[in-house]
Write a protein that binds this ligand. Structure first.
Ligand SMILES: C[S@@+](CC[C@H](N)C(=O)[O-])C[C@H]1O[C@@H](n2cnc3c(N)ncnc32)[C@H](O)[C@@H]1O
Length: 268
């Protein structure tokens, strides 16, 4: 009897729920529900990504638009775009941008974040879910090296953040998309050519330099976006530091390199 009553109630639910769904856009399939990021967390996210006037910011799942609007209004970003799959959120965010006086530089598009072209972004912001972050991760790792990513609350598993913060008990994570550098490199160097063999796990790199047939571990190798830095011990206690910019298949020296201007590396 009780079972029959329960079945009757649940059976009646879709009839009750259907009109409500039409009014509130519950018919839209959300991967993540709308929960706004508090303003102090938005501020910290933009701080961590160092958003400034050279930046174009994309907020994935933009809700009421607060992150994209703050990027332009408070940080002077040259442009921002928010994408949200829910038309009610897009209408709300578009209106908020108008009220904030930034409609000329901020746009909101109703679309699936997984079908969004991210190539124009210098900064990507997200408040999604761990599972969604991980689904996005391969796409994020293919973005231009140096693209900054900041996520409220959710990390990216074994792609460890470059920085993290806690604001009133909420975690914020920050990454810089690393260049792909693993493999063999030939270094042309006035003091003598040598080879470098690099292994890479996201932004973490290690490797060896082989000079005159002798391999030595690279000293304190670092990768940040497209900037690579490593030391080579050329004589006991004598380490030369190489600092360069990775562009596809070559590394060009940067001025802070101890071998500035006179070396370059190409994929071997
Ligand atoms: C947790 S809210 C974050 C809102 C805003 N970014 C913020 O931090 O205040 C997530 C947003 O993602 C949107 N969303 C969910 N699934 C989506 C999808 N597949 N594509 C685009 N937006 C989506 C929801 O409508 C919601 O507004």
């Amino acid at each position: 009897m009780a079972l029959a009553l329960a079945a009757g109630l649940f059976g009646a639910l879709p009839l009750i729920a259907a009109p409500v769904a039409a009014q509130t856009n519950r018919s839209v399939n959300l991967d993540v529900p709308f929960v706004p990021t508090p303003d102090d967390v938005v501020e910290r996210m933009l701080d961590m990504a160092q958003v400034g006037n050279q930046d174009y910011v994309i907020d994935l799942g933009s809700g009421d638009g607060r992150i994209a609007i703050a990027a332009v209004k408070d940080r002077g970003a040259k442009g921002a775009m928010g994408v949200d799959i829910d038309p009610a959120r897009i209408a709300e965010a578009t209106n908020n941008a108008k009220m904030a006086g930034v409609s000329d530089a901020v746009e909101f598009r109703q679309q699936n974040l997984f079908e969004t072209d991210l190539s124009q972004a210098s900064v990507i912001t997200m408040y999604l879910l761990q599972r969604i972050n991980l689904k996005l991760r391969p796409t994020l790792l293919e973005l231009r090296p140096g693209t900054r990513i900041v996520s409220h609350a959710f990390s990216m598993d074994d792609w460890k953040p470059d920085a993290e913060a806690n604001v009133d008990g909420r975690n914020v994570y920050f990454w810089i998309v690393p260049a792909k550098v693993d493999g063999n490199w030939k270094v042309q160097n006035p003091g003598g050519d040598f080879t470098v063999d690099l292994t890479q796990e996201f932004q973490k790199i290690a490797g060896t330099a082989t000079v005159d047939g002798k391999s030595v571990p690279l000293s304190d190798p670092k990768l940040q976006g497209d900037r690579i830095e490593f030391g080579v011990e050329t004589a006991p206690g004598k380490i030369l530091r190489y600092v360069g910019r990775v562009t596809g298949g070559s590394i060009e020296p940067l001025p802070e390199s101890q071998r500035a201007g006179d070396w370059r590396a190409t994929r071997g």
